[in-house]
Design a protein around this ligand. Structure first.
Ligand SMILES: Cc1ncc(COP(=O)(O)O)c(C=O)c1O
Length: 451
């Protein structure tokens, strides 16, 4: 592509994005397509000769966009919603233009140091003490995996057992398996009425494992679980873990972003005293996929687990030159911090905090509406922006309600099973979601629920 062509198509692409961001509501959240439809629509092999770029952009609009599930839609409320506002989109484009590989300080001084700067800003915004070492990884799954590997190396265990709540995200068990912990050594501890990990059962499981000659080495409480956004008692977990010399990693992938508002910092109580924690700005801080942050109390713990420096990566030592590749699995690292920097600067902490607070208020409003309605039951406390509910008439009515909403294309929710009963999750988190969007969703739900 010549610079002139880049200008022409670049302006066209930016125009398309601007229109899309302005009219995202006009698109169905969920596409009406069958599996295999894109595979069938596209040629079976790649072109021998280059094609006209205008045609490629047209095909993007015709073939790709209509088959997309729109995560950037204000009524995307399935899983945990996320957002890609203009700031992040522009940052991604500029990062691609510079195209650095932030493996070594020398291979990208700017990307390396911007990562240090933005993660220190984020730490301060969250009310976390100085001294933590942060690194950006793609997802919380990868961040948690790194924490488990570091914990295993630090504790030097071979028959290590790891503990999390029954409501912990599957990435914890997966991370443990990938880190070499045997599946039968991952303990998923039962929860109390508020879906919080039970401390008596945690203590009992550790005691039993010690008696069996196993090596309890890591506990992973969650601040904002996926299924119900419950908050494990991190401080109590720490007290138990410390007695046994165990590593505590906290999964704040979803709940952590709320700490940029000091009103929500008490929900993170204890996290500052853990060994590591993960927070995902790509979930609820309005930063586009993918950007997960792993904070570790001591960077040497990660280095001990991951540093392996072949001759071709050796650079002159300088204590201010951080070589991120020594602290994690990937060698090549994208310039992710640019989109965090753009987002933090363009919004400022107060605006981000206000938006998150508003979304939590909106979730509480909706939950209250549901509580007042004869057909709805709210199934979990609403501390964050997740509302978990069901139809009062039971599983079948809940399933029918879910399917009717799904077919509508108006909103995307996600199904789950809680205490053996079908429930529906509605997670607010997209930057464009307004009270009007919630009113649309609430009307739709009442319409399909009857009563
Ligand atoms: C609490 C929690 N932890 C971890 C994850 C995994 O996140 P990721 O997709 O970044 O790996 C999720 C995903 O929703 C989550 O809700």
């Amino acid at each position: 592509m010549t610079p002139e062509e880049f200008r022409t198509y670049g302006y066209a692409a930016v125009d398309w994005v601007a229109h899309f961001l302005e009219h995202t509501r006009d698109y169905p959240v969920l596409p009406d397509v069958k599996p295999g439809s894109l595979v069938d629509a596209l040629p079976k092999s790649g072109p021998e000769q280059g094609e006209d770029f205008g045609q490629i952009l047209e095909d993007f609009e015709r073939e790709i966009v209509p088959r997309s599930t729109h995560w950037n839609h204000p009524r995307f409320m399935g899983y945990f919603a996320n957002s890609s506002p203009g700031e992040g989109i522009l940052a991604e484009m500029l990062a691609a233009a510079l195209n650095p590989n932030a493996m070594l300080w020398k291979s990208s001084p700017a990307a390396t140091e911007l990562e240090q700067v933005t993660l220190d800003w984020l730490r301060q915004w969250m009310g976390i003490s100085p001294g933590w070492f942060g690194q950006i990884l793609d997802t919380a799954s990868t961040s948690t995996f790194h924490a488990i590997v570091a914990a295993r190396v630090r504790k030097g265990v071979s028959k290590g057992t790891l503990y999390a709540s029954k409501h912990a995200h599957s990435s914890i068990e997966k991370g443990a398996l990938a880190a070499g912990v045997a599946r039968e050594h991952v303990r998923l501890i039962d929860v109390d009425d508020a879906f919080r990990m039970r401390m008596d059962l945690l203590e009992a499981a550790i005691t039993e494992d010690l008696a069996a000659g196993l090596e309890p080495f890591c506990v992973i409480p969650t601040v904002g679980t996926t299924s119900v956004a419950s908050i494990d008692p991190v401080r109590e977990v720490l007290a138990i873990a410390k007695k046994h010399g165990m590593w505590v990693h906290v999964d704040c992938a979803y709940g952590g972003s709320t700490a940029v508002d000091p009103r929500y910092q008490p929900l993170m109580d204890g996290v500052d005293e853990a060994d590591s924690f993960v927070v995902n700005p790509h979930k609820w801080m309005f930063v586009p996929m993918d950007l997960s942050v792993l904070y570790c109390r001591d960077k040497e713990w990660l280095r001990n687990a991951f540093s392996l420096v072949p001759e071709y990566l050796r650079t002159a030592g300088d204590e201010r030159a951080l070589n991120y590749h020594e602290y994690g699995l990937p060698l090549g690292r994208r310039f992710r911090s640019l989109k965090l920097w753009f987002t933090m600067r363009s919004f400022g902490r107060e605006k981000i905090a206000a938006m998150i607070h508003q979304q939590i208020e909106d979730a509480k409003w909706l939950a209250e509406e549901m509580r007042q309605h004869p057909s709805f039951e709210v199934c979990a406390p609403v501390d964050y922006s997740l509302v978990v509910f069901r139809h009062r008439d039971g599983d079948e009515a809940t399933q029918q309600m879910f399917e009717a909403v799904d077919r509508s294309g108006e909103v995307l929710l996600s199904p789950n099973v809680l205490a053996g009963r079908k429930v529906i999750r509605l997670a607010i988190g997209n930057i464009q979601t307004s009270r009007e969007d919630l009113a649309v969703v609430w009307k739709l739900l009442r319409g399909v629920a009857g009563g």
